[in-house]
Write a protein that binds this ligand. Structure first.
Ligand SMILES: [Zn+2]
Length: 453
């Protein structure tokens, strides 16, 4: 439903260049506190267009109809179907249990999917994301079901099932159909359990074109590209994908899993004589439109090159912890002005606050110090982390989200300043209380595209 205001102020915003027939009607949302890109502001009016886009943000003297508004978080990396694995993969099997043994269970789960079950799983996961404060998701979708495909439509059916689920849940989505062609470096053939992910390059690009041109994308929906990883696609395929993007969807992002596991790094070195980030930098010259998911294992030289490229790293600390991936040196990376976003990845946890505090606590545990990021003390570390993750999510999704400013989508979380955990706190402290507790009493409403979800 549209966001409601207590003073029911509705006014017409006229632009000199706009004809009367197309004059948008705006709703004014007056908030006690708003987190803008430059920090906290008191008593602000946010003009929302009927298209769900913010038209203006300005000081207000009207009574507040919203408490503390912060931008909704962007979930920059998710595989919704893996949500059902979380309780089934925690029993000791053998001393070598790791990402690769977990993956076998994931393959079994993926092999059971149909468009109907895909849609239901996706709907439940997306609805949970909304309830926890994610207002956008980049869904890295590789369960195309191609092994059971009778004709060319199956990969599109599975993608459309995900889009329907997102529409039902009311979440903004950048669907990233995945190109997955090989079982490992050296272009090894897909194994039986991977075949349902496989699409040749032509079919993959047809899926992208079909989704953009014929799938009737909703106002919250867009499509991007996702070569799965350096082990799953060749350099030729990477170039074909980038060329297609440049020619057809130049504003779409490209996401890739890059260096999650030490074994993957070692296999890349054996095959290419370069480490994964090094190889990608040299071969593809990624820019700000690229998102490198799990750039966990990098040398200082790789890290410097990645930061210079302006690409975003997507960190998924709860999944990376669950799978024993390794630790990303976030404090050093932030000191060097690296861009980063957060993702729920396997969805072992769906909670942006928990992802952020885990990133912080990882650094505290390693450094045996509190406040490891050495921010200036004008705002709390949690607000700084929240804002950094918003900016990274905005870049990774290539969508106008993550900021409360004119031209951005009206995607907000409203925090409550009048409950036990927040009463008497500044807005900065309320956001901190939420980031370090995830307490449901602190969140009042989630708004996507100007509508309460
Ligand atoms: Zn992933």
């Amino acid at each position: 439903m549209p966001v409601t205001t207590t003073d029911t102020t509705t006014e017409t915003v006229e632009d000199a260049a706009t004809t009367a027939a197309s004059v948008p009607t705006s709703t004014i949302l007056n908030a006690s506190w708003v987190l803008l890109p430059d920090g906290w502001h008191q008593n602000m009016a946010i003009e929302l267009g009927s298209d769900g886009v913010i038209q203006a943000v300005r000081p207000s003297t009207s009574a507040a109809d919203a408490d503390i508004l912060v931008p909704g978080m962007i979930n920059a990396h998710s595989h919704v179907f893996q949500r059902t694995l979380l309780g089934k993969t925690q029993r000791f099997q053998r001393p070598e249990d790791d990402f690769w043994s977990w993956r076998a269970g994931m393959y079994r789960q993926a092999g059971l999917l149909t468009p109907k079950s895909q849609e239901e799983m996706a709907f439940r996961a997306f609805a949970e994301m909304i309830s926890r404060g994610y207002t956008s998701v980049c869904e890295f979708h590789y369960t195309h079901g191609a092994s059971r495909m009778d004709h060319g439509e199956m990969p599109v059916l599975m993608s459309e099932a995900v889009l329907r689920a997102a529409d039902r849940a009311g979440i903004r989505i950048r669907l990233l159909p995945v190109c997955y062609q090989h079982a490992g470096f050296g272009q090894a053939a897909l194994r039986a359990e991977q075949r349902s992910f496989g699409l040749n390059t032509n079919v993959y690009l047809q899926v992208i074109e079909h989704l953009v041109k014929e799938s009737d994308l909703g106002p919250l929906q867009s499509v991007g590209y996702a070569p799965h990883s350096l082990r799953a696609v060749s350099l030729d395929t990477l170039h074909a994908i980038q060329d297609h993007r440049n020619a057809n969807l130049p504003s779409a992002p490209i996401h890739i899993h890059i260096a999650e596991q030490v074994r993957e790094v070692n296999e890349c070195v054996l095959s290419t004589r370069q480490r994964p980030v090094e190889y990608l930098m040299n071969a593809m010259s990624p820019d700000a439109s690229w998102c490198l998911v799990h750039a966990t294992h990098m040398t200082a030289d790789e890290r410097a090159k990645l930061i210079a490229s302006k690409a975003t790293v997507c960190l998924c600390p709860t999944t990376e912890g669950d799978l024993g991936d390794g630790l990303f040196p976030l404090a050093d990376y932030m000191q060097e002005d690296g861009h980063w976003a957060i993702g729920s990845d396997s969805n072992v946890c769906i909670d942006p606050a928990e992802e952020l505090r885990m990133l912080d606590w990882q650094q505290r545990l390693v450094g045996r110090k509190r406040n490891p990021f050495r921010f200036d003390s004008a705002m709390s570390a949690s607000t700084r982390l929240y804002q950094s993750a918003l900016e990274g999510g905005r870049s990774a999704s290539a969508l106008p989200v993550g900021r409360i400013e004119a031209g951005s989508h009206a995607d907000f979380i409203e925090l409550d300043s009048q409950v036990d955990l927040s009463r008497g706190c500044s807005p900065d402290e309320v956001l901190s209380a939420w980031v370090y507790s995830s307490h449901p009493s602190l969140m009042k409403r989630v708004i996507v595209g100007g509508s309460v979800r």
